[in-house]
Structure formats: C-alpha cells, structure tokens
Design a protein around this ligand. Sequence first.
Ligand code: FEO
Length: 402
Amino acid sequence: MENIYNAIKVSEHVYWVGAIDWTVRDFHGYTTPHGSTYNAYLVMAENITLIDTVKAPFLDEMMARIKSVVDPAKIKYIVSNHSEMDHSGCLPQAINLIKPEKVFASTVGAKTLKEHFHDISAIIPVKDGEVLSLGNMELRFMETRMIHWPDSMFSYLPADELLFSQDAFGMHLATLERFADEIPWATLEYEEATYYANIVLPYSPIVLKALQKLTATGWPIKIIAPDHGPIWRQDLDKILALYQKWATQMPEKKAVVVYATMWHSTEKMAEAIGEALAEAGIRVKLMSMNEFHRSEVVYEVLNAGALIVGSSTLNNNILPQMADVMTYLKGLKPANLIGAAFGSYGWSGEAVGDLQEILKAMKIEIVTEPVKVKNVPDEAVLLQCREMGKKVAAELKKRIGG
Ligand code: FEO
C-alpha cells in the first residue's frame, strides 16, 4: 500500500522527515502568510538518530514519514538542537513512541526541555565541540547560543558534510519543494530576509561571532539543513554572505516612513517627507500602520539607513498601531539608523514627543527637529515636512556616502 507521507532523501545517510504547516499565519507576532515547515531529519547511521522533532500537532505526520524509511523502534538517539516548541512540541510523545536509548541536547537545552516538559525523561547534555559516535559515523556539536534561544546548537555530520542548523538559515515558507535550488532566488531572498529581520535581527552581533566560529571549525559543508523551509545544497556561499551582510547591519540609502493616521493629516505629512527624500535620491518606503503589518515593516527596516515615524495623538497617546510596531521594532534592535518624528494632533499633542522618546530608547539618532501640527497641515507645514525629508536625506548621504 502506498504511504500518504514519505521521507525525502537529502544526502547519502540523511532523510527529511518533517512536517509542512500550510496554514500557520502567526509566529509569536511575526506574520507568516506563506506558512512554514518544521524540519526533522533522520540520520541512517549504525545508531539511527533523529535530529529535532516537530510542532506538537504534527507528530503523526513526522512519524509517518519516519515509518516510510525505518521502523521508529530502531531509532537509538534523538538530538534536540533547539528547545522552542516548533521543534520540541512533540518530543515527549515521540520519546514515548520511539523509546530511544538516549536523548541529547546542549547543556542549556537539557535544562530548557525539562522546564518545558516537566516529566520528560532525562536529557543528556552535550558540550560545545563534543562529538557523538553514531557507530559508523559521528555527529559534532557547536553551541549557537541566542540563535535563536540560549539552548540552540548546530549539529554537523562529517560523513555527508551536512550542517543541521536549526533556526539559522531557515525561513517560514511552506512548499513541497524540499530544496532551495528548486525555488526562485527572489522568493528565497525575500523569505530569508523576512525571517532574519523578524527572528534573528536582535542577535546580529552574536551571528557575526557564530559565523566566525563556524569558519574556524574548518568543517567542509555541502548541505545546510535548517529547521524551517527549504534545504540548501547549492548557493551556500550566497546564503552565508546574506547572513554576514544582515548581521553587519550596514545601512543603505533607504528611508522607511512608518506612520498611523486618524483623519489623513499625519498621512499628508508622511507623503511630503517621502517626496523630498525621493527627490534627494533616497529610496523610500511609506508604510501606513493602518494597512501594513509589523513584520513587513521590520523587513523594510533591515537594510534601511533612516526610520522616520509619525502618529496622530489619540487620548494623549500615540495611536495603538504605532505602539504595536514601535514595541516590536524596539525589541528587534535594528542598529545604525538615524531618525525623526512627526504628527498631527487635536489639542494635547503628546504623540510626537512620545515617538521621539521611543527612538532615543532604540538608540536611533534624531537628526532633525520634529514637525507637529494642530489639526490639518497647511502648505507651510507640509514644506516643513519636506525640509525634514531633505535633512534626513543629507544626513544619510553624509554617513554612508553618495
Ligand atoms: Fe523555529 Fe526558535 O524556533
């Protein structure tokens, strides 16, 4: 009888046995309009090893894919590279079904799994640089703390020159194509950048160190198998170069104008700022939070050099859509940005000052005075907004050239 779900061969000894989540649309605040995959891998060594598991509701799909290759009872080891529940959610159930001899995680991972699944069987901690014998081949471990959690680690299978990279180099993209080279590059670059911006960005300094550490291992790598999205067996240099670029956070000649408006006054101001920026040769993205999602904003901010923010004042505060995106951006710690604030108000007008304080807390250098207007901007105010655009453009060019 045919299987409904099958494993997919990745390399000589490795199969993909993960799950495809076509409908997930929210990943702790990050919108995922194209779904995701939770990748688990089976290493067909003498001691058969399962690398990571999947989100809890996808246990049956993972087990079915495993069964298409081997009787799950023959799996000796499970390795958990990352404790977040999209990869460990079904781990306790998988342990009960498979009954492996041993389960491994990083030293922090062993504790984190216990804190998540209180009655889980003992997890054996492995240290950074430790080597696990799988009988006829070995698995090497490299801690990658904070990419994406303190427990995270890479596993490397020298026999196939394959790196299991958990969240790193992954993307939220549900496809039946399992390999990146089967998907258009533009799609990969967009999804990878969106993932980096929404998940990895705050840990950029750590990413730079991890990339150095990975190079220092001298491990030859032919395949990168992340825990989300497609597997990289071509273009490894391109994806590594993109990570290097994003982690460096070098600003480009681009400004993102993010705003929320009540009766289109703040919107008119945003448009005047944007027009002047564009005329000065700056790439501009205007994003009304009445329409855009916070995840789209951080994608645009990833390679920007300026963040200009505006809000009407509502009940002595910034509009809630702006509070949402500013909280999200602040947590993701974009670096090397200059900024400015603007907005309209009816009587009290706190929003612009509040936005400036948030920019300062984000360590964004404010390079021009704010523009505030009571009720509706007239031509003089819109000209002030154009001046703001010109000043930000001039500062940006001064800093990055051009
Ligand atoms: Fe895919 Fe940090 O979990």
